[in-house]
Design a protein around this ligand. Structure first.
Ligand SMILES: Nc1ncnc2c1ncn2[C@@H]1O[C@H](COP(=O)(O)OP(=O)(O)OP(=O)(O)O)[C@@H](O)[C@H]1O
Ligand SMILES: [Mg+2]
Length: 287
């Protein structure tokens, strides 16, 4: 046990990584995290980035279903030591790679030390091969859901204009802030009626964030409520590919460009997903 912890520490601190790890999360469920993760990944890939999309959302409408893919192996096989991460990657549309999820991730905070080490090693394998690792997370502020988000370089926090979604987004913001004050969080307002409504949501959340948490919440932008998104879901096809000219697709392409040009400050991007992930479970040393 002690030996394993030591090896994990060495691995964590020796990690050289390059990918920008971005978690898509929310307080309330059903606000559009999975759709955002998939289509943002595709948009970034279309703009020239190498993108891996990790499915850490265990709902029924998961990444595979929404992309019309099926996989033989998933992250569970990596955690169990049966497969390497690169062996479970599935080719997705527009050149993205999918890391299929499994219910094993639901209890990521309770994984055995070996399981955690294999998960970390797996993510480390990908760090040098991709520009972005996008993680589609579970909704909610439970410690498993928050573990991934708080370990990422950046969080895209998704809310809709609905009051209950805004309240839950704030709860998530608070949880993430308490776990890691320096984490970069950007708000994405989904299913907005338009620019004015989305900005009003952003202002509301930024105001309470400043007032009660003393932190900034930057605004990434919004996606309009667009019937093409629902149509694409029915066809198990990403809306960006099926309806490239739809308002939601145009907005997504713009968000991806903005994200790509808005690199986080160097202090916030020490490329240490591994370190933070291990730290959140009390595994990493101070070195
Ligand atoms: N911009 C949009 N316009 C219209 N409908 C949308 C939009 N975004 C999402 N939806 C609808 O909301 C549904 C839920 O989206 P999605 O599965 O991406 O949410 P989620 O946050 O991942 O949910 P969960 O918390 O269950 O994982 C979609 O099936 C789609 O019908
Ligand atoms: Mg989802």
């Amino acid at each position: 046990m002690a030996d394993q912890a030591q090896r994990l520490r060495e691995m964590v601190w020796a990690a050289k990584s390059t990918a920008r790890v971005l978690a898509v999360s929310s307080g309330k469920g059903g606000v559009g995290k999975t759709g955002t993760s998939i289509n943002l990944s595709i948009a970034l890939s279309q703009q020239g980035a190498r993108v891996a999309l990790m499915d850490a959302d265990l709902g029924l409408a998961n990444v595979e279903v929404l992309m019309g893919l099926t996989s033989l192996h998933n992250i569970e096989h990596v955690i169990q030591g049966e497969k390497r991460m690169r062996d479970i990657l599935v080719k997705g549309p527009a050149g993205i790679r999918l890391i299929p999820g499994s219910s094993g991730l639901a209890q990521v905070a309770d994984l055995s030390e070996n399981g955690r080490r294999r998960l970390l090693e797996g993510i480390d394998e990908l760090q040098s091969e991709f520009d972005y690792i996008i993680i589609d997370t579970m909704a909610g502020i439970g410690r498993n859901a928050a573990a991934f988000a708080a370990s990422a370089d950046e969080v895209v926090l998704v809310s809709t204009p609905e009051p209950s979604a805004i309240v839950d987004a704030y709860a998530m913001l608070k949880t993430l802030h308490r776990m890691r004050e320096d984490i970069a969080i950007r708000l994405l307002v989904n299913m907005a009626a338009g620019d004015a409504q989305a900005r009003a949501v952003a202002t509301k959340l930024a105001t309470v964030a400043r007032q009660y948490l003393g932190r900034n919440l930057s605004y990434l932008g919004y996606l309009p409520r667009d019937v093409h998104v629902q149509h694409a879901v029915m066809q198990s096809t990403p809306f960006l590919l099926r309806y490239p000219d739809a308002p939601a697709s145009q907005a997504m392409a713009q968000l991806a460009r903005r994200l790509h040009t808005q690199q986080t400050a160097p202090a916030q991007q020490p490329q240490s997903f591994l370190k933070r992930f291990a730290q959140s479970f009390g595994l990493a040393s101070n070195g």
